[in-house]
Design a protein around this ligand. Structure first.
Ligand code: 5GP
Ligand code: ZN
Length: 270
């Protein structure tokens, strides 16, 4: 499986090296997302690729997705760290036992790991994720998530990417059994923004997730009225966005449409 023209293969499936052009686009995407969704962000964080195992156990990711979780062992002994599977897990512990006086938003950029079983373009095991996380009440989280998705689809359109939005189900909620999945789909807790990332291959480049008060309860975060806080996140996969853009505009950055180059603040030399 090739990662497209830009992602350089390594001996490990689903693990790539990123040459300069790729990084220039990732940087441009990062800046554009900050401008697009970062207006009310209180904190902007860069997360390391590992997280305390205790956090991942608290959210029961190890129970729901044991097959995706990478753990860190040294000399054959499990350490207190696991590989971070999604950016927003870093955020909730920051608010543990806190009472929110107002709505809060945090941006986080993370290197994530998921032990994906299949290898196809855009299904990486190590990939970078940008997330915006909102702490609010139920309605506030939902309308924020929906607003973000609208803005994101317009923005991707300006970047020349045709998108589709679809209801999906997700790791965030308990075990991935069918009943749970059905309930989640019915409640429209997760939406994915899909686009073509390689010939004949459509994947999610972004997702918008409402977690209800799951993390509020797990981390004892309360809102101004004393109820468990609700949370939502909007997540982006940088490598998939890069693949979608190269699929659409080609491997030569200099030949990308000027409005796209401008939207990604690509330097004239690139
Ligand atoms: P989610 O938490 O919704 O599964 O993932 C959030 C976003 O991260 C997805 O919309 C996608 O853009 C990105 N992502 C998820 N899994 C992978 C993967 O296996 N490879 C890559 N490159 N990106 C992924
Ligand atoms: Zn998230």
């Amino acid at each position: 499986v090739s990662g497209g023209g830009w992602l350089l293969d390594t001996p490990a499936t689903g693990v790539y090296l990123y040459p300069d052009q790729c990084e220039a686009v990732v940087h441009g995407l990062s800046r554009a997302l900050t401008a697009l969704l970062g207006g009310h962000v209180k904190q902007s964080l860069r997360a390391p690729p590992v997280i305390a195992r205790s956090v991942i156990e608290r959210v029961e990711y190890d129970k729901s997705f044991p097959h995706l979780l990478g753990t860190v062992t040294t000399r054959g002994i499990a350490s207190d760290l696991v590989l971070l599977p999604a950016g927003c897990y870093c955020v909730y512990p920051l608010y543990a036992d806190a009472r929110l006086s107002a709505v809060d938003e945090v941006s986080v950029e993370a290197t994530c790991f998921r032990q994906e079983a299949t290898a196809e373009a855009g299904r990486l095991r190590s990939f970078r994720m940008r997330e915006f996380v909102r702490l609010d009440n139920d309605d506030g989280c939902r309308s924020w998530r929906d607003r973000c998705l609208d803005v994101v689809c317009d923005w991707l359109g300006e970047l020349g990417l045709a998108t589709e939005t679809a209801v999906a189900s997700d790791p965030f909620f308990g075990s991935g059994n069918r009943l749970m999945r059905g309930l989640q789909m019915d409640q429209k807790l997760k939406f994915e923004v899909l686009t073509t990332v390689a010939p004949g291959l459509t994947q999610a480049v972004a997702s918008g997730n409402c977690h209800k008060d799951q993390f509020g309860k797990l981390f004892s975060i309360t809102d101004a009225t004393g109820d468990a806080a609700h949370t939502a996140c909007v997540a982006f996969g940088y490598e998939r966005l890069v693949l979608a853009l190269t699929h659409q505009h080609g491997d030569d950055l200099r030949r990308w449409p000027e409005p796209v180059r401008k939207a990604l603040s690509l330097a004239a030399a690139l």
